[in-house]
Structure formats: C-alpha cells, structure tokens
Design a protein around this ligand. Structure first.
Ligand code: DOR
Ligand code: ZN
Length: 377
C-alpha cells in the first residue's frame, strides 16, 4: 500500500500558470508532493440538466468514479431511470475524461425485490439509498416502513450483495435536530444490522462520535461509513460565525467540536471502515441565500485539498491514500483505480463563486487560501 504513496520534497519546475481562469498557481523552488492512487467519491450529488453540466467537471477532474445519489425530482427509483441518468452524466463529462458514475436506486416503500435483481443485472447500479421520508432534500418519497414494507427488498439486497446506503437521521419533530443521528442509530441502524447481519451498510456522511463508535462496533466488511470534508473541518459554530452562514448548512447538520474530533481520529487511524464521500451537493446561490435555504455544501472543487489538510494537521498523511482511494473500492468489492493523482503543496485561492448562465454556485471555503492542490498525472 505504502509503495504507491510517494511523499517527497521535489523541485517542481513549471511556469506560473493560470488554473481555471481565476486561480494563480505560484511557483516556489521546493514543494512537497503526494502521489496517490486516483481517489473515488463514494457519495456525490450531480443533479441533472444545466446544473449537472456545470458541476460534473469538478468531480471528473479529480475522481475516477463516484457513487451518484438518486434524490432527483422525481427520484431515481427504477433501474431504467438509473441507466438513463447514468447515460446523461456520461454525456456531460468532459471529453477525454474516464470518470465513471456508479449509479444508485432510491428506496421507497414500494420498491420490489425484482427491481433489485434488475439493478444488479444492469451492471451500472452499485447500491440502494435509504432516505427516511422527510429527512432531507427530495426525500419526500423516501421510506416510512423499513422493517415492514421494505424487508423483502432488504433480504434480496443481502442475496445480491447490494449495499444499502443510509441517510442516518430520524425525522421525528420531537427529537432535537442535533440528536437525529444518534437516535437513528439506536432505533433503526443497530436493530437493522442485528436483523440482517450480512447486509452491507454504508452509514453516509457521519457526524457524531456515536456514529464512529457504532461503525467500529460492527463487523468489518459489512458496515462502513463515508466522511465529508465539512464534518472533518467544521463544527456547528461555523453555522453562526459572524452571522448566519447558509453555505455551511448541510444535513446532517454540523455538530459539536468533540464529534468533529472523534471523526478526525477515526479516519486518520488507518481503519478500513471509513472512506471518502464528499456529499458535494450544489444548490444555486439564490436557493441557499434565502428564507428556508436548501441544505447542501458544494465541495467538489476543494474536497481533495481539504482531506489532505485534515490528514496533514493530524500528522497522518501516510494514511490519506487508504481513505481516499483504497478503503472504498475494497468495501464495494471493486478494483482499485490504476491511474494516479498528484497532490502538490502549493497555495491557491478558492474562487469566491462559480458563475454559470443560470446563476452562481458558492463553493466550500470560498475566497480562502488552501495549501494542497490536486492534479491528474
Ligand atoms: O446537505 C445535504 N444536501 N444533505 C443531503 O442529505 C441532501 C443534499 C442535497 O441533495 O442537497
Ligand atoms: Zn448526500
């Protein structure tokens, strides 16, 4: 594993270059660089239409594959719809890119076991996503009766070795929003893994020490978790720093600092149970900066820089590649990527916004300077 990780100080000789119009790459004589197996993004929102056209470049630029979330309007509930959605993504990918979208089905109370068989046979669907009805963006068609109506489907997923990807929050309005994840683990996830111990489960975008402990308590290879840059770098203070910060609002919502620290310890420990999933979730600026603004952070352009920052600050850069590039494919039973990517330690400024004909998208850490920059080899 370590053979593929080159951590070295090298004199890189390249001229001052304009990157994507606005970011100036400044050369210094000596730079630290990392060469990693190309990462995959195991949790991504690519949207559709003009939004898809606008954002797919940022993911295709850095990641080999991505698990694509199905929470469109209407949601992607059938194999036929997932296949068509995958084709539209491939059409939007820049020429020359080998980015491969790994499609998912949106689980509902009426999904049939036959749909799971079809999905497996399609060769392009790699997981089924559980949204508790009402938990987040476009989840209104989600599940209301997991242990009842959905049980035959879950049993078929065990047969087909099809992972269940879980948005792990309860929707009970009487439960405090900061406890949604913990209560979901106690009332749904732990009972589910006890009932179906051979079901592969990914707890998506974990936000608490409770989730870390839960995942670590399960059998390795059957339960894992994705982790976002925002839940590694921000705590809930970031929602209110200097006024309301809609661009730091996502679901599950950011938690206390002790939870952030527990997640950082987990991912930098080298455990195989945790892997990269950005949950990059673009919304137009005017849909974030408004009454009742949408949940979702657009981090695709900065995600790799931010993960490198987290691992560097934890003194664990030697564990970065397993998290970004190895643990995910190993869990899904897919080959690791054969291509490589380079991360160079060089300052760059995150654009204040990305402008498109339909409006602007504000990225995570907009306008800030980051220290690691990714490029394909
Ligand atoms: O913040 C989020 N945004 N969390 C989700 O679960 C959904 C996502 C979106 O689709 O915008
Ligand atoms: Zn998501």
């Amino acid at each position: 594993m370590l053979k593929t990780l080159v951590l070295s100080c090298k004199a890189l000789k390249f001229p001052s270059a304009k990157i994507q119009g606005s970011r100036q790459l400044k050369c210094k004589a000596t730079r630290m660089e990392l060469t990693l197996v190309q990462p995959d993004d195991w949790h991504l929102h690519l949207r559709e239409g003009e939004l898809l056209q606008a954002v797919v470049y940022h993911s295709a630029n850095h990641f080999g594959r991505a698990i694509v979330m199905p929470n469109l309007k209407p949601p992607v509930t059938t194999t036929a719809a997932a296949v068509a959605y995958g084709e539209s993504i491939l059409k939007a990918v820049p020429a020359g890119s080998s980015f491969n979208p790994l499609m998912t089905l949106y689980l509902t109370d009426t999904t049939s076991p036959d749909e799971i068989k079809l999905a497996r046979r399609s060769g392009v669907i790699f997981a089924v996503k559980l949204y508790p009805a009402g938990a987040t963006t476009n989840s209104q068609d989600g599940v209301t009766d997991l242990f009842g109506k959905c049980l035959p489907v879950l049993e078929e997923m065990v047969e087909q070795n099809m992972p269940l990807l879980v948005h792990g929050e309860v929707t009970d309005p009487n439960v405090d929003v900061f406890d949604h994840e913990k209560v979901f683990i106690d009332t749904v996830l732990r009972p589910l893994t006890q009932k179906l111990p051979k079901l592969k489960v990914v707890m998506e975008h974990i936000t608490t020490m409770d989730a870390v402990r839960f995942v670590e308590s399960c059998e390795e290879g059957f339960v894992a978790a994705t982790v976002t840059p925002q839940h590694l770098l921000l705590n809930r203070n970031a929602l209110f720093q200097g006024g309301l910060q809609p661009h730091n609002y996502c679901l599950p919502v950011l938690k206390r600092e002790i939870h952030r620290q527990a997640i950082v310890s987990a991912v930098t420990s080298g455990s195989k149970r945790f892997f990269l999933g950005t949950d990059s979730a673009p919304h137009e600026k005017r849909r974030k900066e408004c009454p009742c603004g949408c949940a979702g952070i657009y981090n695709a352009p900065v995600a790799l820089s931010l993960y490198a920052k987290v691992f560097e600050e934890a003194g664990a850069l030697d564990k970065l590649e397993a998290f970004t590039s190895l643990n995910g494919p190993d869990f899904y039973g897919l080959p690791r990527n054969s291509s490589k990517i380079k991360l160079v330690k060089t300052s760059w400024k995150v654009p204040d916004s990305y402008s498109f004909s339909f409006g602007n998208i504000i990225p995570m850490f907009a306008g800030e300077t980051l220290e690691w920059q990714a490029s394909s080899l």
